[in-house]
Design a protein around this ligand. Structure first.
Ligand code: ADP
Length: 856
């Protein structure tokens, strides 16, 4: 396609001009882009170089010496540096050569565009001038033609008028000739001009304009050729697949290829060759169990009531975990894996054969490792399982031994009290059950001398005392064979294990008792034999009874056999029965008591008025609901155990406990007036101040007695005192606190009567007799308010807050000043500023005497 033949038209000319302008703009854009590219390349080159030097900053230590990975990496970094250099060189060339070429092209192109425009203008202007000349000549021609016609007509006119002569005619003729001449000349000029124009037009169309366009095309194409070269240069200098780069890449690949996993650690292993480390032997630090009195043995699991459930759960957990491990191992078995994985890999159509086999062998290795790990885990758990199983099996028919001899609460208290001495104040555990009297009671054995004024002799049909049996002069086991187990003196019914443990003091001491486990009644032989052992009587399928030896139709016969044969109950324990321990005089039979009317409702069960069958004495019997958990039953009996210690007119007396069977009961002296609180409320209008004073004196006397015995009541309040004949007040309720509005629960079992409790006990859990003094102040307030509610209208927390900020209750109406002053002294914030019960008793006694005198 030639410009000369195709681009002659005016629009084509304008398009050509526009095209050239666009090309100039393109050149300009390319120039700017190239400048940017050069800058970017240089920056990239610089970045590569710094990256390479960063990558080459490797530990100077020789830990990696001989590493092929390291040398591959180093070469990669060096080649990166080289790559940076090449990129920079290319950028320099682009700048000095290519960019220059582009710039001069731009200048040239502008020039040629200008020339073309000028040339085109020149020839088109020539043509248009010629056309103008032709049109002007034609006008001139027309003008002279008109003049000729005018002159000729004038001449003809004169010629006809004046004939052939005259001056005028000459003149007209002359003008006519001149006009004629002018016309002819113009005619000729016009003819010549037309000839010239015709020729020029032909030249313009066929020679000049095509020539210009032809020339322009050749110039343009020459430009394009240069332009192409420039682009080629740019392309070549940006080509990362050029030989230079290819060489770099080849060198990198060669170094990477040189990495050989099998060779990688050759030098390293050679250099650090060592022999395997000695096995670490874990030994049990025996000093840890020194204090445990043989309950904890080195390297042996301890199976007792504190741990047995945990061990069983642990065993189940371990067995489940072992099973899980085994299942996982089966799944990871290389035979299963290889086929599965092959399918998976084939589905993925992954890579080449080499890669598949690599991946497969990697997978198998991973599985092997996991299988080994699982085996180790399994073995470890298997060992633990065996240990637990053998510890549990060893127990045989032995009842799960007690981890500690008392309930958890007591135990923590006792150990602290023993360690730190009674009255020590730094133990929070005391708060959980802080009766010092518990300690005393435990120190004194259950079988103590009879209380001097004991209301009833213990019913003993066989006429044998505990001390007699203990002396060994009478053998209770050798008696008549007609007896049932229940008849035997050494059968202690449901006596709690803690009591049993206390009764069995020498090796060979034994007794039989009953216990309930998982709603099942079990008969237990308890023996003192290097500690205390408890054997559950086993029942054979024939309904006979045995331990490890022969079976007998009755438990009594079984025990007699064990006793007389002198054989150990179980070979593991080696326990031999030497001395049957008979029931204490406190241990009444449930059938010794005849329950009459219900007179109250306690925390653990109903309270009855009852009669002792042996003497017809009226008594009060507290019963413990059969459905309560063992822990609660033990707590219930605590009151009995505490009361056994005391003998005072103002302390309610214990007659005995019935633990032979359920329901367990506490038998106490009957205090007919019921609770002091109810009594005060019922008789509020009749009670005189002297009577109220006497009530305060009674309770002070009881508390003075308890104080002398180092006993802290912790729950002294009108609701826990009883009123007897002649309005005598007796302190009661030594066991548990009751769930009432005034109590807050500090945890699952323990409740604190906030409004009766001293601030230091509430704030720091610190209980002393001086805490009881605070409560005594509240009790006196209750007495003088005739059964009023302390801090009435205030919540427990509000009352606590007010007390801490110094508030004290006002005196109830008609309270003697001295009495109110005493109350305020009892409520001194600092316990050491309060009077003790001995002082209180003296004050109240003096006051009472004054009152009694004045009221006589
Ligand atoms: P618990 O200590 O189990 O809460 P309480 O000692 O408070 O039981 O006794 C509940 C009620 O039984 C008392 O309020 C009282 O009315 C009555 N009660 C308790 N012991 C005797 C007793 N020895 N003589 C007469 N009534 C009693």
């Amino acid at each position: 396609m030639r410009f000369s033949t195709n681009l002659q038209g005016r629009t084509a000319h304008e398009a050509l001009i526009s095209r050239q302008e666009a090309e100039l703009r393109l050149l300009d854009t390319m120039k700017r882009c190239l400048v940017s590219k050069i800058r970017c390349d240089r920056e990239y080159a610089l970045a590569l170089s710094s990256l390479a030097s960063q990558g080459l900053k490797i530990d100077r230590g020789d830990e990696l010496s001989g590493s092929l990975i390291l040398s591959a990496w180093k070469s990669m970094m060096e080649e990166l540096e080289n790559m940076g250099k090449v990129i920079k060189q290319n950028a320099d060339t682009l700048e000095t050569k290519t960019l220059d070429a582009l710039s001069s092209m731009y200048t040239e192109k502008r020039k040629t565009r200008k020339l073309y425009q000028e040339e085109h203008t020149k020839i088109t202007q020539q043509f248009s001038h010629l056309m103008d000349d032709v049109s002007r000549k034609k006008s001139e021609y027309q003008k002279y033609l008109e003049l000729y016609k005018l002159m000729r007509s004038r001449f003809e006119e004169h010629y006809v008028k004046s004939g052939r002569g005259g001056r005028k005619l000459d003149d007209v003729r002359d003008k006519y000739q001149k006009a004629c001449r002018k016309l002819h000349l113009t005619h000729n000029e016009y003819v010549l001009l037309l000839c010239e124009a015709t020729e020029f037009e032909k030249d313009f169309r066929t020679v000049l304009l095509p020539g210009l366009l032809e020339y322009q095309q050749s110039v343009q194409e020459a430009f394009i050729s240069t332009w192409k070269q420039v682009l080629q240069e740019v392309s070549q200098l940006s080509d990362f697949s050029s030989d230079k780069f290819k060489e770099i890449q080849k060198r990198i690949e060669a170094n990477v290829e040189a990495v050989n996993p099998a060779e990688e650690y050759k030098d390293f292993t050679e250099k650090h060759k060592t022999s395997p480390s000695d096995p670490v032997i874990f030994t049990f630090d025996e000093s840890l169990v020194e204090e445990s009195a043989g309950k904890l043995l080195p390297n042996q699991l301890t199976v007792d009531n504190l741990t047995v459930e945990w061990l069983r759960t642990k065993l189940t957990d371990l067995e489940a975990a072992i099973k899980e491990c085994q299942e996982k191992r089966v799944l990871l078995n290389p035979n299963n894996v290889s086929s599965d994985s092959l399918v998976a890999m084939a589905n993925g159509k992954a890579n080449n054969d080499n890669s598949i086999s690599n991946r497969l062998s990697g997978l198998i290795e991973t599985n092997k490792k996991e299988i080994n790990e699982l085996r180790c885990q399994e073995r470890k758990m298997q060992r633990q399982t065996e240990l637990i199983k053998s510890a549990l099996n060893e127990l045989g028919c032995e009842e799960v031994p007690s981890g500690c001899d008392l309930s958890i609460d007591n135990q923590s208290f006792i150990s602290n009290a023993n360690d730190q001495g009674v009255g020590s104040e730094n133990s929070l555990t005391k708060r959980s059950f802080g009766h010092k009297c518990i300690v005393n009671m435990l120190k004194k054995p259950f079988r103590r001398k009879s209380a001097p004024n004991s209301p009833v002799a213990p019913p003993r049909t066989k006429g044998r005392s505990a001390s007699a049996s203990r002396s060994g002069s009478v053998d209770p086991v050798a008696l008549s064979t007609n007896k049932t187990l229940m008849d035997e003196e050494w059968f202690h019914g449901v006596l709690p294990r803690e009591e049993v443990v206390r009764l069995l003091t020498q090796d060979g001491d034994f007794l039989v008792r009953e216990t309930t486990r998982n709603d099942e009644c079990q008969t237990v032989l308890s023996v003192c034999w290097r500690g205390h052992k408890h054997f559950i009587v086993q029942t054979t399928t024939e309904g006979h009874f045995r331990f490890e030896g022969p079976a007998f139709p009755s438990i009594r016969e079984l025990i007699l056999y064990q006793y007389k044969s002198g054989l150990p109950v179980t070979s593991r324990s080696g326990a031999v029965l030497h001395r049957p321990i008979p029931r204490e005089r406190w241990e009444l039979n449930n059938d010794d008591v005849l329950l009459l009317d219900k007179i109250g409702r306690g925390n653990f069960g109903d309270v009855y008025k009852a009669q002792l069958k042996s003497t017809n004495q009226e008594v009060a019997v507290k019963t413990c609901r059969v459905t309560l958990p063992e822990e609660h039953k033990k707590k219930f009996l605590q009151e009995g155990r505490i009361l056994k210690q005391y003998d005072h007119a103002n302390i309610v007396k214990l007659i005995g406990i019935c633990v032979q069977k359920q329901p367990i009961m506490i038998v106490m002296e009957l205090v007919p007036g019921g609770s002091l609180l109810t009594f005060l409320r019922k008789n509020s209008t009749h009670l005189t101040e002297a009577q109220l004073m006497n009530m305060c004196l009674d309770t002070a006397a009881g508390m003075k007695y308890l104080e002398s015995k180092n006993c802290i009541h912790r729950d002294l309040a009108a609701r826990n005192c009883l009123v007897g004949y002649s309005n005598i007040v007796k302190i009661s309720d030594f066991g548990m606190s009751r769930e009432e509005e005034e109590y807050i629960v500090s945890d699952g079992m323990k409740q604190i009567p906030i409004k009766w409790t001293a601030p230091e006990a509430l704030n720091f859990g610190k209980y002393t007799s001086l805490c009881d003094v605070w409560s005594y102040g509240i009790l006196c307030w209750e007495i003088f308010s005739r059964g009023g509610t302390p801090y009435s209208g205030m919540s427990n927390s509000k009352a606590r807050e007010k007390i801490d900020s110094g508030y004290r209750m006002p005196a109830p109406e008609n309270t003697p000043d001295e009495m109110y002053r005493l109350m305020l002294r009892c409520w001194e914030y600092q316990p050491e500023n309060r009077p003790n019960f001995e002082q209180i008793y003296t004050v109240v006694d003096t006051l009472c005497q004054a009152y009694n005198v004045s009221f006589l």
